[in-house]
Design a protein around this ligand. Structure first.
Ligand SMILES: [Zn+2]
Length: 430
């Protein structure tokens, strides 16, 4: 199957960060040419007046929580957790599937082609991912048995999930760990060993709030990242979400270990976690940084365009420096740097020959996207909040959103079902 995406403003995200007017040729799921393609494709898609860009990569979410949108707003973290845990405990596998599909639809419509998930029941979530056609790195979450509502042993559940989902085109099974506050050293080391054995990586929450860090310090005498380095848990290729409350020594520790960070600015601001993730220090010390929305109860959306904007504004505002996180770097965090965080820099994150064809086409014939030029395309992507301009989303060379219509699912019928499921779930939880 070959598709020629013709005449767009192509934001390549290649090593030169070129933005050019031209074509993108897709053949058999991969990018076959960029610029002027001499080809006789089976299909030609007109992209004049459009931006063609790499699909965005959301490196931290809990996709099934989309069904729990706006259930716990404007409260402190402890109340937030009480409320979301109470609802979570009442959820059926069907609620999880509906929530995951809802989240996948939202991401496909807002320019995200790949996401990383941290949750349980990832076997159910995998079905939603494959149905919608997104690319999902799905981490079955490991924690101490005494803290979990999972049936059986979380490590065994995670291992079984990985074994059953190896070698799939869109679903990549990974290991996830909830965080030091519910994981003993033993559980964490089991997670690390499993990731090594299965040749994948480990994704976990790290130093999201100050109380979490201080309680840990009281308990172990060490800050979380220091302790995790001491016990030999931190491993090259790990992906640590939040990383708000890190000292400069911890930043260096992550750099030394080869751990990537996922910055989640909206979630951190909304839950009033206090503090701001030290991105400039991470950049200086060569920690690879990516972006994530976190779940829908703490965000309340999965829009990576907004995440890029808020990441930039939060740093500018807190550092009194308008240049501290420019638009280009923000786009890098959500594309090429995110691909690196997944160990997929040769396959994802940019529009270059040989990479997987994960593309987004933005229709710029909208008041909020004009003017747009080679020079302003990246700034429009980051600062003009263009999720409403997403016309087409292509994953693995296949349209999953085409001319604003979801391809693989009857979206309207599904949304009615999701509304009913959410109402029913909230009624059950009181
Ligand atoms: Zn999270």
């Amino acid at each position: 199957m070959s598709i020629l995406v013709k005449g767009g403003l192509v934001v390549t995200q290649n090593w030169k960060r070129e933005v050019l007017r031209g074509d993108v040729l897709v053949e058999d799921g991969k990018i076959a040419a960029v610029g002027h393609a001499k080809a006789r494709p089976e299909e030609t898609v007109d992209a004049s007046g459009c931006i063609v860009m790499p699909g965005l990569i959301n490196c931290h979410t809990h996709v099934a929580m989309a069904l729990m949108r706006s259930v716990a707003d404007d409260v402190k973290l402890d109340k937030f957790l009480d409320k979301t845990f109470a609802i979570d405990a009442k959820r059926t596998p069907e609620d999880i599937e509906v929530g995951a599909t809802l989240g996948c639809l939202e991401m496909a419509r807002s320019g995200t082609t790949t996401f990383v998930d941290l949750y349980y029941s990832e076997d159910v979530i995998a079905k939603s991912v494959e149905q919608v056609g997104l690319r999902g790195y799905l981490g079955w979450t490991v924690l101490d048995e005494k803290f979990t509502t999972q049936k059986g042993n979380p490590i065994n559940n995670c291992e079984n999930f990985i074994k059953a989902h190896r070698g799939r085109a869109l679903v990549k099974p990974i290991v996830a760990a909830q965080g030091v506050y519910v994981c003993s050293d033993e559980t964490l080391m089991q997670a690390k060993d499993l990731a090594e054995k299965e040749k994948t990586f480990c994704h976990y929450h790290l130093s999201e709030t100050r109380p979490e860090v201080y309680e840990y310090l009281k308990k172990t005498g060490k800050r979380p990242a220091e302790h995790l380095a001491d016990i030999g848990f931190l491993s090259k290729g790990d992906l640590a979400a939040h990383c708000v409350w890190l000292t400069i020594n911890e930043v260096r520790t992550l750099a030394k270990a080869g751990v990537s960070a996922v910055h989640c600015p909206t979630s951190n601001m909304k839950l009033a976690s206090g503090g701001v993730a030290p991105l400039p220090e991470m950049f200086n010390e060569n920690v690879n940084v990516s972006l994530g929305t976190d779940g829908c109860s703490s965000n309340n959306g999965l829009d990576m365009f907004l995440e890029m904007k808020f990441a930039s504004l939060l740093q500018k505002s807190s550092r009194w420096d308008a240049a501290v996180l420019p638009a280009q770097k923000c786009l890098d965090l959500a594309t090429v740097d995110a691909a690196k965080a997944l160990g997929a820099e040769k396959e994802l994150g940019s529009i270059e020959v040989g990479k997987k064809a994960d593309l987004v086409i933005l229709d710029c014939m909208r008041p909020s996207m004009i003017p747009v030029s080679l020079e302003s395309a990246v700034a429009n992507i980051v600062y003009a909040s263009p999720s409403h301009a997403v016309r087409d989303t292509i994953v693995d060379g296949k349209f999953i959103l085409r001319d604003r219509k979801m391809v693989n699912i009857d979206e309207r019928a599904f949304l009615v079902k999701a509304e009913n499921s959410a109402t029913d779930l909230l009624r059950r939880t009181g």
